[in-house]
Design a protein around this ligand. Structure first.
Ligand SMILES: [Zn+2]
Length: 258
């Protein structure tokens, strides 16, 4: 069935063609896919960094006041992250996995929504970490955020691990390097993909934005869907560039391709 053109956009059938043909799809995602779930784009015009000073990782490790500030900032956003639900784009990616066509999802998002939607842990690389768990900065132990936020709300004391290490939401902070193992996983996936689709990312944050280019360099068609410009627009590696909201374009193309 060919869907009506106005529903799909004129490029839509072309996207479903690429999706239908591929068997090892790499999906690369950014903030634009989660705005429909109520997650604010923190780098956007109303983003949090217009109001708050980011806490750098070295300061977090060095200064109690910086740890209080970071926990206070994370507490402010916690209820929103905890209660956010995946949307049609996250679900469409899971459908590709169930159809045996998904190689991996590499995301810049820290909202945990791919995992909540049902993307398998072994196929998910969260390059910038996740708000869905708390991590000890000394022993690496992970735990559920809720009790730590409740304690912090009451005491204003940044929580510590049983080992004495500082606890921090498991996101990559300003001034903190990405995890080498995550970059390695993402690069391995990229080198094996037979199609790469970037969804809702301006492709302006590196090294994350290199991942789709690695796949394209190996010969995979490279499709970009985003509302607004991306830094990869116009590159010769880009096979198809669709302008608009990911939620309006991608889920229907996936449904068409399966
Ligand atoms: Zn610890």
């Amino acid at each position: 069935m060919i869907p009506p053109a106005e529903h799909f956009g004129q490029e839509g059938p072309q996207l479903s063609h690429y999706l239908r043909r591929a068997t090892k799809i790499l999906i690369f995602t950014g903030a634009g896919i989660s705005t429909a779930s109520g997650i604010p784009d923190f780098r956007g015009p109303d983003g949090v960094w217009k109001r708050r000073q980011p806490v750098y990782y070295d300061d977090f490790m060095r200064l109690e006041a910086a740890r209080v500030e970071h926990w206070d900032y994370k507490l402010e956003g916690w209820a929103g992250f905890r209660d956010a639900q995946p949307n049609a784009t996250h679900a469409a990616i899971v459908k590709l996995e169930h159809a045996g066509k998904l190689l991996a999802v590499v995301t810049q998002n820290i909202d945990g929504l791919h995992s909540r939607a049902g993307t398998s842990p072994g196929k998910l690389v969260e390059l910038h970490g996740t708000n869905s768990s708390i991590e000890c900065q000394t022993c690496g132990r992970r735990s559920d955020p809720q009790p730590h936020f409740e304690t912090f709300r009451k005491t204003r004391q940044p929580p510590k691990c049983e080992c004495g290490g500082f606890l921090k939401p498991a996101t990559i902070s300003f001034g903190q390097n990405l995890r080498m193992a995550d970059i390695q996983h993402a690069e391995d996936f990229a080198s094996k993909a037979d199609l790469v689709v970037a969804l809702g990312s301006t492709l302006s944050v590196y090294p994350a934005a290199n991942i789709p280019l690695i796949a394209a360099a190996k010969g995979a068609p490279y499709v970009i869907i985003n509302r607004g410009q991306t830094e990869h627009d116009g590159l010769p590696e880009v096979t198809l560039r669709l302008e608009g909201d990911v939620g309006d374009i991608f889920p229907s193309a996936v449904a068409e391709s399966l």
